[in-house]
Design a protein around this ligand. Structure first.
Ligand SMILES: [Zn+2]
Length: 623
């Protein structure tokens, strides 16, 4: 029998927010149901700036549809059956592709007052909120509720107590009471029932802690990496390694694993697999079997609803982002004697990973661009965190490396919208007994015999030049001074050139290898198109060169009264192709009249040579 569908009326065309900015298609990644039984969240890959939603009421059966225009559903069409509820079914589908329309259909019985349905936009979510209606689906109710065991993994959202909150651009976009009502729904249900929240006016923003659950229902292998997906917000505990065979284990608190993927082995590569099991009633366990376990790291998606368990080598060349995010505020501070915190706020949800090693924490921000290193350094008002360094990731993104102690505990939080990260470092004070028997000076590299000194440029290659002064002459002079000092200290010193001759970059590397150089130092003088540029730089490229570069730069930058421009990872030919620890020192700017005058003095040249030599000795533990 063909049921007649009767269109009753168009309810409304909701122009939620009057921003006419974004023309981009909204990518809807997931649908979430909250445990307060009050809301449906459609979570998009980016902030919902502007949406057009057309709503229609239909009968036989009673249902309401919402057509979200200019939107794409990135997952298959799906439907949820809800028993014993006034809402009987929720369907989400790509209704049309030209134009792109995503349709949400809610089917309900006669007890449901459809007029109480409201629509909100919160960051990258479109929220459908009802009034005191209950979902009784067991699986859905496992998502987003409160549990003590997730304390390290709660998300937090800052809600201003003012009339409006503002987004990154300072635009008012949602009224506080609504936002608070939405956020309250994520909090403990009993608490919500027991007390009517009263909103005390405070000048400080109110921080609400949210906790979530995750339902894993899909694993896909992509180029030997595993994409683990589900519904809810993903959280994982610190991984650990077990042997025979070598396995990497991640536990996921408050996570439920779909029956169809439980304990199923997915092949990542030769003798390499991944599987996920229900380790405890509320804890899932991921086990990666591989000889390469130290290379895996979990990468959190934009919306925290999936993790990409990626092998460092195999993600090279894979595009993880479709839009980049800038860091618009960041801060680091000493919380107390033992605790330091690092806090980032991004303009867009961030794709990131956090990996702890015994001596460092690596924070990879894959879709972050426009990182202002200098501004960042100025913001660091924590001695502990000032030691951090940054590196570029391939294509886009930055790697932030924070040196830590073995005993440092890391507590890591991300916001619900994935636009804030907070990393808390807690290093317990070492016991007196441990520190009192001072260890003997460790010779980091006692085998260093031969040091190669590379005077930049030479012959027909004059290098940078101003006012008849040549870089090649300044570099040779400083190199000779450095050689003299190092010879006196007992090193074998080999100079790439000792007079004004041309040496190709390839020959400089060959010379270093042929002479079995244990360290390589290239001396240069910088230049800039404007006369203002001035100061000192040290460059390194290979991983074995970092400590060397840092030791030399520290001495060099403190000995010379000039601007410290910092330590750089740069792919210069000579420091990239030599096998030993290699650095390139930019000793000042020939293009800056004052600095040029200084560089021409034997005092500055001698000071520079002495500082570099001192750095070398420090690096070797011979100071
Ligand atoms: Zn140069």
């Amino acid at each position: 029998m063909l049921k007649k569908l009767i269109l009753i009326f168009f309810i409304l065309i909701i122009n939620l927010f009057n921003f006419v900015s974004a023309e981009e298609v909204l990518k809807i990644n997931s649908i979430n149901f909250d445990n307060s039984d009050n809301m449906i969240f459609l979570t998009a890959a980016s902030k919902v700036m502007y949406i057009n939603v057309k709503s229609m009421k239909l009968s036989n059966p009673n249902r309401i549809s919402f057509d979200i225009e200019n939107a794409i559903l990135t997952k298959p069409n799906s439907s949820w059956s809800l028993k014993n509820s006034d809402i009987t079914q929720v369907k989400l589908s790509q209704f049309t592709t030209n134009p792109n329309v995503v349709r949400l259909v809610i089917t309900y019985n006669k007890n449901f007052n459809v007029n109480k349905l409201k629509l909100y936009r919160i960051d990258n979510n479109i929220v459908f909120a009802y009034d005191k209606k209950t979902f009784n689906n067991k699986f859905l109710s496992t998502i987003y509720d409160d549990e003590k065991s997730t304390n390290n993994y709660y998300e937090y959202t800052t809600i201003s107590e003012d009339a409006k909150t503002t987004n990154a651009n300072g635009e008012a976009y949602i009224k506080t009471p609504e936002a608070i009502a939405v956020q309250n729904a994520f909090n403990n249900k009993n608490e919500l029932v027991k007390k009517t929240p009263t909103y005390v006016q405070t000048s400080k923003p109110k921080v609400q802690k949210l906790k979530s659950k995750f339902y894993v229902n899909r694993i896909d292998v992509k180029r030997g990496n595993a994409l683990i997906r589900g519904i809810g917000t993903i959280a994982i505990e610190s991984p650990f390694v077990i042997s025979n065979p070598t396995r990497l284990v991640f536990d996921m608190p408050n996570t439920y694993v779909a029956q169809e993927i439980r304990n199923k082995e997915y092949v990542l590569g030769e003798n390499e697999t991944i599987k996920i099991g229900q380790f405890e009633p509320t804890k899932a366990r991921i086990v990666v079997t591989s000889e390469d376990v130290e290379k895996f790291r979990p990468i959190y998606s934009y919306d925290s609803q999936s993790i990409f368990l990626a092998h460092d080598d195999r993600i090279l060349g894979m595009k993880l982002y479709d839009r980049t995010s800038a860091i618009y505020t960041y801060s680091a501070k000493k919380v107390n004697d033992t605790t330091d915190a690092l806090h980032f706020v991004f303009t867009e949800p961030i794709i990131h990973s956090i990996k702890k090693f015994s001596n460092r924490l690596e924070i990879n921000l894959y879709n972050s661009s426009g990182f202002d290193h200098e501004a960042y350094k100025r913001n660091l008002n924590s001695e502990f965190l000032a030691k951090l360094r940054t590196d570029k990731l391939p294509y886009v993104g930055i790697k932030i490396i924070v040196p830590i102690k073995k005993t440092t505990n890391i507590n890591y939080q991300q916001s619900f919208d994935n636009k804030q990260l907070k990393v808390i470092f807690e290093t317990p004070k070492e016991a007196e007994i441990k520190t009192s028997p001072a260890p003997a000076i460790i010779k980091k590299n006692p085998n260093v015999k031969t040091i190669i000194i590379d005077a930049g440029h030479g012959g027909s290659d004059v290098g940078a030049t101003r006012e008849g002064i040549y870089e090649k002459d300044l570099t040779l002079d400083m190199s000779k001074r450095l050689a003299t000092i190092l010879k006196k200290k007992g090193f074998d010193v080999e100079m790439v050139r000792t007079n004004d001759t041309y040496v190709s970059l390839q020959d400089r590397v060959l010379f270093t290898e042929k002479n079995k150089g244990d360290l390589f130092v290239s001396i240069h003088v910088n230049s800039s198109v404007t006369p203002e540029g001035n100061g000192l730089e040290t460059h390194y490229y290979t991983p074995q060169s970092y400590d060397f570069a840092q030791a030399v730069h520290k001495e060099f930058a403190s000995a010379i009264n000039a601007k410290d421009r910092g330590l750089f990872k740069s792919k210069f030919y000579v420091i990239n192709h030599t096998t030993c620890p290699s650095i390139l020192v930019e000793t000042g700017f020939i293009s800056n009249p004052e600095e040029r005058k200084e560089l021409m003095t034997s005092e500055r040249k001698q000071k520079t040579a002495e500082a570099i030599a001192k750095g070398i000795l420090k690096y070797l533990g011979k100071d």
